[in-house]
Design a protein around this ligand. Sequence first.
Ligand code: GDP
Length: 463
Amino acid sequence: MNTHHSPLSTHQEDTIVALATPNGIGAIAVIRLSGLDAIAIANSVWKGKDLTRQASHTIHFGHIVDVDLVLDEVLASLFVAPRSYTRENVVEISCHASGYIIESIIKLFIKKGARSAKPGEFTLRAFLNGQLDLSQAEAVADLIASNSKASQQVALQQLRGGFSTQLQALREQLVNFASLIELELDFAEEDVEFANRDQLKNLIHEITKIVGRLIQSFELGNAIKNGVNTVIAGRPNAGKSTLLNALLNEERAIVSHIPGTTRDTIEEVLNIQGINFRLIDTAGIREATDAIEQIGVQRTMEKISQSALLVYVFDAAEITTEELNSDIESLQKPGISMLLVANKADLLTDAQLTALPHGDKLTIISAKEKQHIDELKQRIYSSSIKDQLSGDETMVTNIRHLEALQKTEEALVRVLGGIDGSITSDFLSMDIKQALHYLGEITGVVTTDDLLENIFSKFCIGK
Ligand code: GDP
């Protein structure tokens, strides 16, 4: 196990190089060098001002040359250690984005002593050099992957250290607690209690409450980061595909008159107020008559069980009360919210409309005439997002963090039980250390090489 306490420990032995922009042809590409020799290596293939004598945070025009051959006209941005992303010397070369030029420049840097960066290695160095803690480093990847306003905001909040600050405060309180208990251990012979047990209990209660709230925030945090899996289900011809199109406002799924033609599942993403709902249209639910249809129905049930929200659509002009009740009963699954949608309201008489059951779970729409689609969207949103998004509260979005928090909570519960059961200080101390350990795993106060490898190998090269 490694502990990275010293923000001064640097990892500049190797100078690493990678393309920081996407592969492919474009106006400009950025090649990044980081490490002790970054500036010297760039300067060794540079025609222009002496880069080794320039101030940090300056940009210079020049040429990259391989002996006499000019490879490109470029701009070099200089960041002198420790004032850079990695806290090492960093040079960013903005060149023309031709695959040939990029490859030639990177090869040249490697010839001059740099080596290819591994996935996430720039961010790993930023972490090892104390620029970011581990949860902030993970937020960098989340920010790059963010695809909605809410997911971008949550990642940015984590990157700025909101989550870390909160965890740091929790850790400090626990450390104080632990040191009082340790003191008792030193005086074990004399059977004294330095740490007032009631005060200790209150403190652990407080901390457990905060940890519990963070654990709870995962449901929303996960919805924001990964979207909410939403299944649209119903009998053939209920209007599922038409509804999907109305929700997406585009002609995407194939709409047909023949029952059961939506054979496979179609997935589309609907963004409602910054949250992505992954809409899955499925084959109709009914007694399957042929093999293909059967697969479709089975898949529907599988998709429902993997979802958080089920939108059940029925043809309000055709369905009988018995059919409706039996569908609702067979579709209800624990842990999955269900919204009922009475479709084809345009075909109904006023009397039929008033006869429909009412309630906040039922929305009456016409998918074809695009009536009450916004109302349905609002219901879809509020059935999944119960908490208000204030934007500045701390939210857990990462399953690794969730698991560490759950283990922290378990250890804290043991501490509470221990105080009540008047167990000896040395056992209390062990459980507190466990809690500290798991909290520390989130920010990377405690890490293992495996954990780092696992996290950073999922980054792209160049980040
Ligand atoms: P699916 O099998 O559930 O996907 O149903 P479709 O979306 O393919 O629709 C079946 C038929 O019902 C099509 O002819 C649609 O045009 C029609 N339909 C769908 N929604 C409505 C509606 O709100 N009103 C009316 N009048 N027809 C609808």
